[in-house]
Design a protein around this ligand. Structure first.
Ligand SMILES: Cc1cc2nc3c(=O)[nH]c(=O)nc-3n(C[C@H](O)[C@H](O)[C@H](O)COP(=O)(O)OP(=O)(O)OC[C@H]3O[C@@H](n4cnc5c(N)ncnc54)[C@H](O)[C@@H]3O)c2cc1C
Length: 428
């Protein structure tokens, strides 16, 4: 008798059933699958810059997302195994216990994530368990690009022009209707502790999981039709309607950019396409661009900058400036309001992020990597490619041909917060 094909499916930042290449392939190619998430010790540890790798806002969002993923998996006949510890050790143990011959995982592109992936693949090879990766992050599939990743253009506009008219976006993969698994015990989420409550002034109350992500689409597209004015409002800073707020769900993969793309096309078929509906796709392409840039040359996005003076973190002046920036005590109201919002909610608008990052690099002249590492801790929507890519871009160590992207903060405050509504919200 032939033995059953058993595979592990490693959920990471693709916490969904629909449009999940990993899961779809695993279900199609095996008899039994064991879905799992691993709370790696490093994920709850401290980075070399002295910040937590995952702060409380993201932990809470993650917990909610895992809870819902488990429920959805259970209703399809499966469930989620929650591991914790050192990835290569605990995944090895699970593969051995289950007799898994193959593991399906999301493709990684950033250095630390790749390092973990390589260690896990190395351990599993001792069990003859094959490690296969699948793309789950981007709108575009890398094999559909009209150039090899090594020839990715350095400038976004060139990238966009080369792909926009030539690359077809793949269709959303359906949810597997049923998932055959061995019996999976109830998940113990007490391993993840975060009861943080966002400040009531928060732009939006984020709730983890695919259900809330799809509800947000319904709200932003159909209930308010805010999508039709996105291009005009996207630089706003107060309230839930100025931008989509999809970022947190995208970052953990509760929803895929292709699901959003399909929803935009459906909306356009009913209410018409305009500059705003196009612009949301344009922003999703920025997201892809940072993902592909990381894949092309990941180390570039973690390099110190040559033009920042206060390099040493042991320097007292460095520590004081960093602390004041984090706590919103720089004395520049526009910067302080944004930093307080981030501290108390885990979110900040794109306009705010650009300004506080520029201020950090150009005005405070601090090593940009500390700013990026604080964002990594604090952001509910932290995404390694988007965060380090955007910071590097502003610090002049990424691909940006204009080396020094300097924002005149006073001018930005006048343009984007002309009545001080945003500053009053957070400073008074
Ligand atoms: C210094 C800095 C750090 C950042 N860190 C992150 C991060 O860790 N995670 C993250 O998702 N975004 C990050 N961004 C990008 C951007 O600020 C956020 O994606 C956006 O503010 C989230 O709000 P939204 O979903 O309402 O955006 P919308 O304006 O509604 O945009 C829709 C989606 O497009 C994508 N997008 C928009 N702008 C960008 C951009 N500049 N780069 C890449 N993708 C973009 C996001 O996925 C976003 O959800 C950063 C930007 C800067 C300047």
């Amino acid at each position: 008798m032939l033995s059953k094909k058993i595979a592990l499916v490693w959920f990471k930042t693709n916490l969904r059933l629909q449009d999940n290449e990993c899961l779809a392939k695993a279900v199609a190619e095996n008899d039994l699958i064991v879905p799992f998430y691993c709370m790696d010790d490093e994920l709850i540890g401290t980075s070399k810059f002295g910040f937590k790798k995952t702060g409380d806002f993201r932990l809470k969002f993650l917990k909610e997302s895992l809870q819902q993923l488990d429920e959805e998996l259970r209703s399809a006949g499966s469930g989620l195994v929650l591991l914790n510890g050192i990835s290569e050790k605990v995944i090895f143990k699970l593969a051995k216990e289950q007799g898994a011959q193959r593991i399906y995982a999301e493709k990684e592109v950033a250095p630390e994530e790749l390092n973990t992936q390589q260690k896990v693949a190395g351990e599993l090879s001792k069990l003859n368990c094959t490690f296969s990766t699948f793309e789950c992050r981007n709108l575009l599939h890398s094999v559909d690009l009209p150039f090899p990743i090594g020839q990715l253009p350095d400038v976004f506009t060139e990238f966009r022009k080369r792909i926009e008219k030539t690359v077809a976006i793949r269709q959303v993969l359906p949810k597997p209707p049923s998932i055959a698994s061995p019996e999976i015990e109830a998940m113990n989420l007490t391993l993840i502790t975060s009861n943080v409550i966002a400040d009531p002034r928060a732009a939006i109350e984020f709730e983890g999981g695919a259900k809330a992500a799809h509800e947000r689409i319904q709200h932003y597209f159909y209930q308010t039709k805010a999508l039709s004015t996105y291009k005009e409002t996207r630089n706003g800073m107060v309230g839930e309607q100025y931008s989509s707020k999809f970022s947190a769900w995208l970052a953990l993969g509760c929803i895929s950019p292709r699901e959003i793309y399909e929803a935009i096309r459906n909306y356009e078929a009913i209410y018409g396409a305009n500059d705003s509906t196009y612009w949301l796709i344009f922003e999703l392409l920025w997201r892809d661009f940072f993902g592909f840039c990381m894949e092309k040359n990941s180390l570039r996005y973690f390099l110190p900058s040559s033009n920042q003076q206060l390099k040493s973190a042991d320097n007292e002046q460095f520590k004081t400036k960093l602390k004041k920036w984090i706590n919103g005590q720089t004395g520049v109201p526009f910067i302080d309001a944004n930093m307080i919002e981030l501290k108390l909610t885990g979110f900040m608008s794109n306009r705010g992020r650009q300004n506080v990052a520029s201020y950090f690099c150009n005005d405070l002249q601090l090593d940009w990597r500390y700013g990026a590492a604080y964002f990594e801790q604090q952001l509910i929507d932290y995404d390694v490619c988007n965060n380090w890519g955007n910071w590097a871009y502003l610090a002049g160590v990424g691909n940006d041909p204009r080396l020094n992207r300097y924002f005149n903060i006073a001018k930005q405050a006048l343009t984007y917060d002309p009545n001080n509504a945003f500053q009053h919200l957070w400073l008074l």
